[in-house]
Design a protein around this ligand. Structure first.
Ligand SMILES: NC(=O)c1ccc[n+]([C@@H]2O[C@H](COP(=O)([O-])OP(=O)(O)OC[C@H]3O[C@@H](n4cnc5c(N)ncnc54)[C@H](OP(=O)(O)O)[C@@H]3O)[C@@H](O)[C@H]2O)c1
Length: 290
C-alpha cells in the first residue's frame, strides 16, 4: 500500500486526491484547513466521490510515502507546518502550483532529488469544501527523473494526462507566460473577453514579452510567438472566464501576484533585465487591493 497525504484539498488538490483515492492500492489522507465529510467531484466523465481520512491538525499526522502540496502559493508557510509530521527519511514531496519556484520554499526540508515540481493544467472550481467542478481532464507535467516517473505512475488509473517532460523549466515558464498576462484582468476587474480590446491585448503582450526575455535568461526555451499565442488563447476562451488572481482579488483574499508577476521582476533584476510592465502591474494591483 502506497501512502499519500495531500495538503490543500481545494480545486486542484481535492480533484487530485479524489482521483488518487479511486485506486484501492493507494491510501489517501487529506490535510485540510477547513474540514469536510467527503470529496464529490463533477468530472467530465461524471461524478466521482471519495472519503479519505481528513486531518486538520498536524499533530494527527504520521510519515507517508508521498506528500502532495496543492495550496495557493500564499499559503506556503502554513502548509509547511504539516511537513514535520508527514516527512520521513524516504518521503517524497510533489508541489502542484503555479509559478516557476516550486521547490525553493521546501529545500530546507527535503533534498531536491526527493521533490517533484509539477505544472498543473486542470481547470477546476470549488463550490464548497469538498465539492469541486473539474471542467477538463487536464494534464500535469513533471521532470523526467526517478521521482517524476514514480509520481506519474500514481496516476496511471486516472484520465488526467500526467507525464514527464525532458524540459520542465520551459513548461513552467510557458505556463507563467499565460498566467502573467492575467494580471490585466485582475487590475481592471474584467474577465477574459477584455483581451478582444486590442489596446488591452498589447499590454498583455508586453507582460508576456518581459516574461519570455527573463525566462530565456533563466534557460527556458520559449518561442517568439508566445505573446500572440497567449492572446489567442484568451480570445478563444469563454469571455466571462475569471482567472484565479482576479477571483482572489474579487473575494478579498491574498493573491498569487508575486508567484505570477513579481517573480518576473525579481528574476529579471537578477539578470539585469528591466521589467517595467510587470513592475507596474504588481504595484498597481497591490495599491488597488491594499
Ligand atoms: N483551480 C485551477 O483551475 C488551477 C489550475 C491550474 C493551477 N492552479 C494552481 O494550483 C494551486 C492551487 O490552486 P487551487 O485553485 O486548487 O486553490 P484553492 O481552491 O484555493 O485550494 C487551496 C486549498 O488549500 C487549503 N489550505 C490553505 N492553507 C492550508 C493549510 N495550511 N493546510 C491545509 N490546507 C490549506 C485551502 O483551505 P480552505 O478550504 O480553508 O480554503 C484550500 O482548500 C495554485 O498555485 C493555483 O494557481 C489552479
Amino acid at each position: 500500500m502506497t501512502t499519500i497525504a495531500l495538503i490543500g484539498p481545494g480545486a486542484v488538490g481535492g480533484t487530485v486526491a479524489a482521483w488518487l483515492a479511486q485506486n484501492p492500492d493507494l491510501s489517501v489522507t487529506v490535510c485540510a484547513r477547513t474540514p469536510f465529510e467527503r470529496l464529490v467531484i463533477e468530472t467530465p466523465g461524471g461524478p466521482i466521490t471519495a472519503s479519505p481520512l481528513v486531518l486538520t491538525d498536524p499533530a494527527q499526522a504520521a510519515p507517508v510515502d508521498w506528500v502532495l502540496i496543492a495550496t495557493k502559493t500564499y499559503d506556503t508557510a502554513s502548509a509547511k507546518t504539516w511537513l514535520d509530521a508527514l516527512v520521513g527519511p524516504r518521503t517524497r514531496l510533489a508541489v502542484l502550483r503555479n509559478g516557476v519556484e516550486h521547490l525553493e520554499p521546501f529545500l530546507d526540508r527535503l533534498p531536491a532529488e526527493r521533490m517533484v515540481p509539477a505544472v498543473v493544467d486542470i481547470p477546476a472550481e470549488r463550490g464548497a469544501p469538498g465539492r469541486i467542478l473539474q471542467r477538463r481532464d487536464g494534464w500535469i507535467r513533471v521532470p523526467d527523473d526517478a521521482a517524476g516517473r514514480d509520481f506519474v505512475a500514481l496516476f496511471a488509473h486516472t484520465p488526467i494526462a500526467v507525464s514527464t517532460t525532458p524540459d520542465f523549466m520551459s513548461e513552467a515558464w510557458k505556463k507563467l507566460a499565460l498566467n502573467c498576462a492575467g494580471a490585466v484582468n485582475a487590475l481592471v476587474l474584467k474577465p477574459s473577453g477584455v483581451a478582444h480590446d486590442e489596446a488591452v491585448a498589447e499590454v498583455m503582450r508586453t507582460l508576456v514579452r518581459e516574461c519570455v526575455t527573463v525566462g530565456r535568461a533563466e534557460g527556458a526555451d520559449l518561442s517568439d510567438d508566445l505573446a500572440d499565442a497567449v492572446i489567442a488563447g484568451y480570445r478563444s476562451a469563454a469571455p466571462d472566464g475569471i482567472n484565479s488572481l482576479h477571483a482572489d482579488r474579487l473575494a478579498g483574499r491574498p493573491m498569487e501576484l508575486d508567484a505570477r508577476n513579481g517573480v518576473i521582476v525579481r528574476r529579471g533584476a537578477a539578470h539585469g533585465i528591466a521589467t517595467p510592465a510587470n513592475t507596474m502591474v504588481v504595484a498597481l494591483i497591490n495599491a488597488a487591493a491594499g
